[in-house]
Design a protein around this ligand. Structure first.
Ligand code: HEC
Length: 159
């Protein structure tokens, strides 16, 4: 092995300038193919109807969201923060889109509010469905359309 390499080395060295010249002149056929792929990819992307899954989640009235804001500030903000960013040091999760509040179905969050969780107290044991929906309407404003669509699907699957 080593002897063969030793023999071929001078030969390879003598070929190097030619190889360098070869490298400098671009392979036009390859560039042509790449350009064609680029053009086709652009046409495909731009002619698609709408990118991504369609937003599909319940919309709430401004009044309901405003009512939810009142309820949130009065009952939840003390722990979860007025902007829903939570309190990492105290072990209180963020309710905005930065953590995983949006993975829970409405029914589970309603249970947390009415019956409490591990550390979270039952802040609304006698809250009506509408009270719960209002506070959820406010919290969901912090979620992206994709997060809301995901959470709406989870909620439909877990009534
Ligand atoms: C006394 C502090 C406190 C209050 C008040 C409170 N929470 Fe919580 N909440 C927590 C803690 C701590 C957790 C973590 C899970 C647990 O302890 O069950 C939590 C968890 C949650 C979760 C689940 C989040 C996740 O990512 O899993 C939601 C949703 C939630 N709270 C909503 C609310 C809403 C809405 C209110 C007001 C109606 C509220 N909380 C009031 C402390 C609180």
């Amino acid at each position: 092995m080593s002897r063969r390499r030793a023999k071929t080395r001078p030969h390879r060295q003598s070929k190097e300038p030619q190889a360098a010249r070869k490298r400098r002149s671009p392979p036009w056929s390859v560039i042509g193919v790449l350009l064609a792929i680029g053009v086709i990819a652009n046409v495909v992307v731009w002619s698609r109807p709408a990118a991504g899954p369609a937003a599909d989640y319940p919309e709430y009235t401004v009044e309901l969201v405003a009512r939810g804001e009142q309820a949130f500030l009065a009952n939840c903000a003390v722990c979860h923060g007025p902007d829903g960013s939570g309190d990492a040091a105290a072990g209180v999760p963020a309710l905005n889109g930065s953590m995983h509040a949006w993975h829970h179905p409405d029914s589970q969050i309603a249970g947390l509010i009415r019956r409490g969780g591990i550390q979270m107290p039952a802040v609304g044991p006698d809250w009506s469905d509408e009270d719960i929906t209002a506070v959820l309407a406010y919290v969901k404003q912090w979620w992206s359309p994709e997060q809301r669509t995901f959470q709406a699907e989870v909620s439909r699957a877990n009534p």
